[in-house]
Ligand binder design. Structure first.
Ligand SMILES: [Zn+2]
Length: 262
């Protein structure tokens, strides 16, 4: 593309000249002038230019994000058939998408629909591994058992660590893990299900997301524990989570209050 329109600067291949040896597919000799694109919002500029992990991730997956949030207005001539009868949606002629900044909606009736097409499930599967993290109150981790084996199952569960109790243990033994919140821990450590221990991750952490389950506010204490777990790091026990500035709170709700979260 070595050629350029003298009016708008559009680039062309030589072969695109018309019979009058002019390039006219862009602006018809300056007759059409498009407004300049508006400046990108600061956040978008940062994502496009900076070298932070978020920005790198954004540029690497820009197509997926863009497609997931694609927004378009559809334009067409709508010609409902005459007479009575069931609803019928009939379009006449061409169907087209309107995109900014060229979009000028002169006849609003023409815009039949606006839609956002989201594919969050496929997107998360493609780009990130989601690690589910347990959120349970002391001694209330879920237990799976068969009829008649409740006692053994309870005993087994008492010995088995969950991702949460194992996180306490990790913090007890590894001061280097103290700056990492519970939800971020899967980026740096892998939960080994056989030993129920968090082990230092060797690679691939940038594509891992820790996810805490959604907890109903009716499940009050668990709800507030989750709120604390999203923010706190370095805790070595439930007691530790309940202790705010040396004060041992009675409930997780009270701890949230002491932290000014409520
Ligand atoms: Zn031009």
């Amino acid at each position: 593309m070595s050629e350029q329109c003298g009016f708008c600067g559009a680039v062309y291949w030589k072969e695109e000249k018309n019979t009058a040896h002019k390039y006219t597919k862009c602006c018809h000799d300056g007759k059409i002038q498009l407004p300049a694109f508006p400046d990108a919002p600061e956040l978008l500029k940062a994502l496009l230019a900076e070298n932070s992990p978020d920005a790198k991730n954004y540029r690497q997956r820009i197509r997926e994000y863009n497609s997931a949030l694609a927004f378009a207005s559809m334009g067409a001539q709508i010609k409902p058939p005459r007479g009575t009868g069931p609803y019928c949606y009939r379009l006449h002629g061409q169907v087209y998408h309107r995109v900014s900044p060229r979009m000028q909606v002169t006849n609003i009736k023409k815009v039949t629909d606006s839609f956002i097409y989201l594919t969050p499930v496929s997107l998360s599967h493609k780009s990130h591994t989601v690690v589910r993290l347990a959120v349970h109150l002391p001694q209330q981790q879920s237990i799976v058992y068969q009829d008649g084996q409740e006692a053994q199952a309870t005993e087994r569960a008492a010995l088995r660590k969950t991702t949460l109790t194992s996180w306490f243990e990790l913090n007890k033994n590894n001061p280097s893990a103290h700056n990492i919140s519970y939800s971020d821990i899967p980026q740096y450590y892998v939960f080994d299900k056989s030993t129920t221990n968090w082990k230092k991750r060797q690679l691939g952490g940038q594509n891992v997301i820790g996810r805490l389950p959604v907890v109903s506010i009716l499940d009050t204490e668990r709800y507030y524990l989750r709120m604390l777990l999203l923010r706190k790091s370095g805790d070595i026990s439930f007691d530790d989570i309940l202790t705010v500035n040396g004060l041992r709170c009675v409930t997780f709700q009270q701890a949230c209050q002491e932290y000014g979260l409520l």
